[in-house]
Design a protein around this ligand. Sequence first.
Ligand code: SF4
Length: 370
Amino acid sequence: MTPKNAPSGIQNLNGAFLRAKLLTWYQTHERPLPWRVLWKKHKNPWHIWVSEIMLQQTVIKAVLPVYERFLTEFPSPSSLAAANPEDIRLAVRGLGYYRRFDLLHKACVKLSDEKRSLPSAYGDWLALPGVGTYTASAISSITGDEPQGVVDGNVERVLCRLLDIRSEPNLPHLKKEFKKFMDDICALGNPGAINQAVMELGQTICSPSSPLCAKCPVKNQCLAFANSSQTLAPAAKARTKFLDVNLRLEIAASACEVQLLRRPPDAKFLKGTWGFQTWIQSEGANGGCWIIDGSPTKPSSNRALKSIGSIRHSITKHKITAEVVFRTPGKAPGNSDAKTVSPRDVERHLVSNLDRKAWSFYLKSQGIQL
Ligand code: SF4
């Protein structure tokens, strides 16, 4: 492995030459992703902004079905500014990391209150809630020709391989050098295309485990290719340490109604989302006691709960084992944080994949087909 503080040697890369090669390749190999198609057609930064927020922490495959649905419902920042936060979460159901959409909403409200149109400069994007340096660089380079390079995991991997760097790719000094390199090649012109070209190469050719070097437009400039060290450069990032968590999801359902509850703002998991009563097992010897997640209310102990088994799910760094239990609905609580819906409508009220998994597990266990 390359020593952690070893210089990257990036000054030896011929940025102008690589840029030219990558732009030529990108002209014929760019995938027609919907946000790219829309941008070429309408030149509306809203289409790029939405895609960049959705692609944070989420793979393209998961974003595709949600992206078009979202834009149909919210075709402009002003339509999102006027929307109910609950409807926004429903429109992005299944994507996870829902706070990013709360922040997108907040940013749209800010623009609307200040009667401003969408920015074009990097600094103006950066000033909006939920837009960090990476996102501001990506949006402003694509929509405003700002010479801001992007450095994501794909760019890090491509540059590490070009330089045969065998340390972890996201070390602070490497990040800084990679950002400067990308900024410099962006400054030569067409920054949006060159940023996307490097990321596209990382996504489609220079993949983590089996790069397709024979098809790579820059293989003759690649040290890892020359040294046959593609599997060594870069070293794997330190693995995320997962925490095990036990939950219990309580489905209150009959043949004609299902009670849903809105999770409290203090809930550890999925705060503010509509779903099933969620219990969390506190840590403790031999398993701690069960409490309702985010609620100070003592649970009543006399409900007849039937367990139908467990499902597994991950949320950020938590590995969840959730026991699914059900009971017949009692008297509806009758407050704004509870509602009764028909079984056919449950699916469209659930934002999180955890609730959706639990609901389909319940339906299957009861032999119910809706
Ligand atoms: S030659 Fe192979 S390892 Fe080098 S940049 Fe291209 S795909 Fe990646």
